[in-house]
Design a binder for this molecule. Structure first.
Ligand code: ZN
Ligand code: ZN
Ligand code: FE
Length: 772
C-alpha cells in the first residue's frame, strides 16, 4: 500500500480540497477510527470518519499538503492490529468544515458484521500494569483499543460492549470517560475496565472455596510447591504446573490420562525462552506477535524435564499474552501451560466444566467472573525452512476471514473432517473458519462443534443453503450433514480438499500437482488413501500416483499399534513365512500377537486396504524401535523425526519403486529393504531414520517434478498431516531449490485435517459455478 499511488489519479487544486477515502481490510474493531481522528487533529483538518458496510469511510478537507501528510500517516503508521488492503480515493465537494468528528456506525445489520480477534497484552498496557502510579497497577484485566479479549467475549455483532460478556460490568466514571474520548487510547475499547468496575480474579481450592489473600501470590506459592493449578484465560482454562523438576509433570500426566502427548511451556519473556530453546528471526517474531501462538522450537541450553515432551524433537513454547499470565510469570522462568481438559475432550471454559477437573486434575484454580463466549485454544505454528506453518489455527487467528476470488451467491457451509474438527462458512467473498475443535469422536466434542456452528451462523447472520462434507460415510461431520436438512449437499474427497486448501491460499488458478500425505482419508474407490499425487483443480481431480495398497490389519486399531503396519510391510517383503524369517527385524515383533494379526492381513478380514504415508512412517518408526504401541496418532512418527534429528550422516537414502500404467504405483518395499539392510550392517539408528526422511523427500520432489513435467504444470502443493514433520519439509525445501516447479507449503490453514473445511468451501464453490 502506497499513498502516492492511491492518489495518483487525483488532481489537487490550490486552496482547500475535500478528499473521500474508503479504506478496506482489517480496519474495524482495531482502533482505526481513533487513529484517523488523531492524525486529522494533528493536521487541523475538518471532516469525519465512520464505519460502513464498505469499510471505513473518511472525508477530510484542507490544503493538499496537509491531506497528503494525513494520508501518508494512515498508510505508513496504521494502528498495530490494522491491515489496509485497499483505499479508494476520490474528490468531494468542500463543505467548509473545521472540526473532525467520529460519526456513529451505520445501523446494525447495515454495517458489515466483523469479528475482531483476541490480542496479546500490548506494550503500553504492560507499562501501566507495572507502574505503581497508574490506576490499573497490577490489574489482571488491563486492556485497550490495541489489545485484550475480542472473539472470545463476543455474543453478537456488531462488536459493541452490550453484545459481549462484558455487558454485565457497568463502567465506572473514569473508565466511561476514557471509553468516550476519541483522543484516549481506550476510546471504544469494548472490554475496558479497572479495579473499581471490572472482573475480579479469585483463587479457589479443590472444593471450589475461595482462598483468602492475593490470588496471584497464592497461585504462585502453590505452583512453586508442586501443585497443579487451573488458570482461566481467554478462550478456556490452562493447567499450570512447575517445569523445574519431573514431579509435577508426572503427576499431571497421570491425572490428565495423557502419557506422552507434549505439554506446552510458557516462558516469562523472550530472553528467558532463548535460554532454553533455539529460535530464529521468524520464530521470535511469531512468539512476540499480537497473536502470540505456541511455536515449536528445538531445545538448546538449560535442560528441561524429558517428560514434558517425551520422544519429541521439539517443544511448544509461548509467551504470556494476558495480564494474568504476565503477573503469574513474574516469579517463574517457565511453567507447563497446557489446555485444561481430559485427553480428547473439549477445552474447559466455564465453571461447570471446571468442576469436572477440580480435585481430579487441578488442586486449585485461578478464576474470574468474565464469561468465555467461545472456546478457543492456543494456536500452534512450526517454521520449516523459514515459512511459518500453522498446525492449529485458533486464538489470535480465528475468526479472521480468508478471501474468495469472487463473491459466492449461496452460503456454503463446509463441515471438515473428523480428527481435527473445524468448519468453514462462506459469506459473499469471504470464508470464516471456526477455531480448532479437536477430535470429534467424543460426544462432548460433537456437542461443542454443533454449538459453535450455531453461534457462527447466528453471529454472521447467514443461512447456509449448501453443505459440503467429506466422502467418509462414518465421520461425525458426514452424519451431521445428513441431519442439517440443507437441500444441496456436496461430498468432497478428503485429499482433494487438502489439495485445494493450499491452492486457495496461494490463489493458484491453473491445475497443480498436489502431494497429499496423511494418516488416512476415504478414497473415491472406498479404500483408505494417504499417499496421493493428484492432478488437482478446484472442482475436480485426477489421481496420478499413490503408494501401493497394503492391508491395515484391525483398521483403526493399527493407528495406535505401529507394530501392525511394520508386520504388514515385512510380510510384503518376505511373504507368508515372515514370522519364521531369520531376519532380526522379525524378532522385534515377538512381544506382539503377530500370528493373529498376520491372519487378518492375509485374509483381508477387518483389514481395509490403505495407501497411507502416515502408516509407512509408523512402520519405519517401529522397525527403528520408536514404539510398538502409542498413545496418540503419529507418536511413533514424531519419535522417528526426533531420532533423525540426531543423525550424523545425511547423504544416505533409499529409492521407492515406481510401477503401474495409467496410475503410478509407488512401491515401499525397496525402502523397507534398504532400511533393514542398514540395520543389519550396524548403521546408526539415527542415520537410518534420517535416510528414511530423505527417501520420502526425494519421492515428493522427484515424482512431482516428473508428473508436472509430463503435463506442463508449474506448481506443486503439499498438504496432509505428514507435512507437520519439520525435517521432511526442510529436506523437501532444500531439494526443491533445484526443482523445475514451485513447491507450496500451507501458510493460512493447517496441513492436517484442520484445513479440510477451508478446502471444501472452495471445492463446493467451484462445483456450483460449473453447474450454473
Ligand atoms: Zn493495550
Ligand atoms: Zn473502571
Ligand atoms: Fe487428512
Amino acid at each position: 500500500m502506497n499513498w502516492k499511488n492511491t492518489v495518483a489519479h487525483i488532481d489537487f487544486q490550490a486552496g482547500t480540497t475535500r478528499l473521500k477515502l474508503i479504506v478496506g481490510g482489517r480496519v474495524q474493531g482495531v482502533g482505526f477510527r481513533p487513529t484517523v481522528f488523531r492524525y486529522a487533529k494533528e493536521a487541523s483538518a475538518g471532516g469525519f470518519v465512520k464505519n460502513t458496510r464498505e469499510g471505513v469511510v473518511i472525508e477530510i478537507e484542507g490544503p493538499a499538503a496537509v491531506l497528503n501528510e494525513f494520508g501518508r500517516n494512515i498508510v505508513e503508521h496504521p494502528p498495530p492490529l490494522a491491515r489496509i488492503d485497499r483505499i479508494e480515493a476520490s474528490l468531494a465537494e468542500p463543505a467548509g468544515e473545521r472540526e473532525f468528528v467520529i460519526l456513529p456506525s451505520d445501523e446494525p445489520g447495515g454495517a458489515r458484521a466483523l469479528f475482531p480477534i483476541d490480542t496479546a497484552t500490548c506494550g503500553e498496557c504492560l507499562r501501566e500494569l507495572r507502574d505503581p502510579g497508574d490506576r490499573r497497577y497490577r490489574y489482571p484485566f488491563i486492556n485497550c483499543t490495541n489489545c485484550g479479549p475480542r472473539f472470545t467475549i463476543i455474543e453478537g455483532l456488531p462488536y459493541d460492549r452490550p453484545r459481549t460478556t462484558m455487558s454485565t460490568f457497568a463502567m465506572c466514571a473514569a473508565c466511561r470517560a476514557e471509553y468516550g474520548d476519541p483522543a484516549d487510547r481506550r476510546f471504544h475499547a469494548e472490554p475496558v475496565s479497572c479495579p473499581a468496575c471490572g472482573p475480579v480474579l479469585t483463587l479457589i481450592d479443590a472444593r471450589g472455596k475461595r482462598i483468602a489473600g492475593d490470588p496471584i501470590d497464592g497461585a504462585r506459592e502453590r505452583i512453586a510447591g508442586g501443585a497443579i493449578v487451573a488458570v482461566k484465560g481467554l478462550g478456556g482454562y490452562h493447567i499450570a504446573c512447575s517445569a523445574a523438576g519431573p514431579g509435577p509433570v508426572r503427576t499431571l500426566r497421570e491425572r490428565k490420562r495423557r502419557p506422552a502427548k507434549p505439554f506446552a511451556l510458557m516462558f516469562r519473556d523472550l530472553d528467558t525462552l532463548l535460554g532454553y530453546c533455539r529460535a530464529g528471526e521468524i520464530e521470535r517474531r511469531l512468539l512476540e506477535s499480537p497473536e502470540a501462538p505456541i511455536v515449536l522450537l528445538r531445545r538448546a541450553g538449560i535442560p528441561l524435564p524429558g517428560s514434558i515432551a517425551p520422544g519429541n524433537g521439539y517443544i511448544g513454547a509461548f509467551l504470556p499474552y494476558t495480564p494474568v499470565h504476565h503477573l503469574l510469570m513474574e516469579t517463574f522462568d517457565v511453567l507447563v501451560m497446557t489446555s485444561a481438559n481430559y485427553t480428547d475432550e473439549p477445552l474447559i471454559s466455564n465453571e461447570e466444566e471446571l468442576e469436572g477437573i477440580l480435585g481430579s486434575i487441578a488442586d486449585a484454580a485461578l478464576v474470574h467472573d468474565r464469561p468465555i463466549a467461545h472456546k478457543c485454544d492456543d494456536s500452534i505454528f512450526f517454521v520449516p525452512a523459514g515459512i511459518p506453518v500453522p498446525i492449529r489455527r485458533a486464538r489470535g487467528f480465528v475468526p479472521e476471514p480468508a478471501g474468495l476470488p469472487r463473491p459466492v451467491k449461496r452460503c456454503i457451509l463446509a463441515l471438515g473432517g473428523q480428527m481435527k474438527g473445524t468448519f468453514a462458512v462462506s459469506r459473499d467473498d469471504e470464508v470464516f473458519i471456526s477455531p480448532h475443535m479437536g477430535d470429534l469422536g467424543d460426544f462432548r466434542s460433537q456437542r461443542n462443534f454443533r454449538a459453535e456452528l450455531e453461534e457462527f451462523i447466528k453471529i454472521l447472520e447467514v443461512e447456509p443453503d449448501v453443505v459440503v462434507h467429506d466422502l467418509h460415510p462414518d465421520y461425525f461431520t458426514t452424519r451431521l450433514a445428513d441431519g442439517l436438512g440443507i437441500a444441496t449437499r456436496i461430498a468432497v474427497q478428503h485429499h482433494h480438499a487438502h489439495a485445494v486448501s493450499v491452492m486457495a491460499e496461494y490463489g493458484l488458478d491453473e491445475p497443480v500437482i498436489a502431494v497429499t500425505f496423511d494418516g488416512t482419508g476415504f478414497g473415491s474407490d472406498g479404500k483408505l488413501w494417504g499417499c496421493e499425487f493428484l492432478l488437482a483443480r478446484y472442482d475436480d481431480f485426477e489421481r496420478l500416483a499413490h503408494l501401493a495398497y497394503l492391508p491395515l490389519p484391525g483398521g483403526e486399531a493399527a493407528i495406535m499399534e505401529p507394530w501392525r503396519m511394520a508386520l504388514v510391510h515385512l510380510w510384503n517383503l518376505f511373504g507368508d513365512d515372515v514370522l519364521g524369517a531369520a531376519h532380526p527385524a522379525a524378532h522385534l515383533l515377538e512381544p506382539f500377537p503377530r500370528g493373529k494379526v498376520l491372519e487378518l492381513a492375509r485374509r483381508g478380514i477387518n483389514a481395509p486396504l490403505t495407501s497411507s504415508m502416515g502408516r509407512l512412517f509408523d512402520a519405519a518408526a517401529f522397525l527403528l524401535r520408536c514404539g510398538g504401541k502409542v498413545s496418540y496418532e503419529a507418536e511413533a512418527a514424531v519419535a522417528l523425526e526426533a531420532l533423525a534429528l540426531d543423525a550424523e550422516e545425511n547423504s544416505r537414502y533409499y529409492r521407492f519403486g515406481l510401477g503401474g500404467n495409467d496410475v503410478t504405483v509407488i512401491d515401499p518395499a525397496p525402502v523397507i529393504r534398504g532400511l533393514l539392510d542398514d540395520m543389519e550392517r550396524g548403521v546408526a539408528r539415527s542415520d537410518i531414520a534420517a535416510a528414511f526422511h530423505e527417501s520420502v523427500a526425494r519421492l515428493v520432489v522427484g515424482l512431482s517434478e516428473k508428473l508436472a513435467g509430463e503435463r506442463g504444470i508449474a506448481d506443486v502443493v503439499l498438504s496432509g498431516g505428514v507435512f507437520q514433520n519439520r525435517l521432511l519439509c526442510e529436506r523437501i525445501a532444500a531439494l526443491g531449490e533445484s526443482c523445475r516447479c514451485r513447491l507450496h507449503h500451507h501458510v493460512l490453514v493447517p496441513p492436517n485435517d484442520g484445513g479440510i473445511s477451508f478446502g471444501q468451501v472452495r471445492v463446493g464453490a467451484a462445483r456450483l459455478e460449473k453447474r450454473a
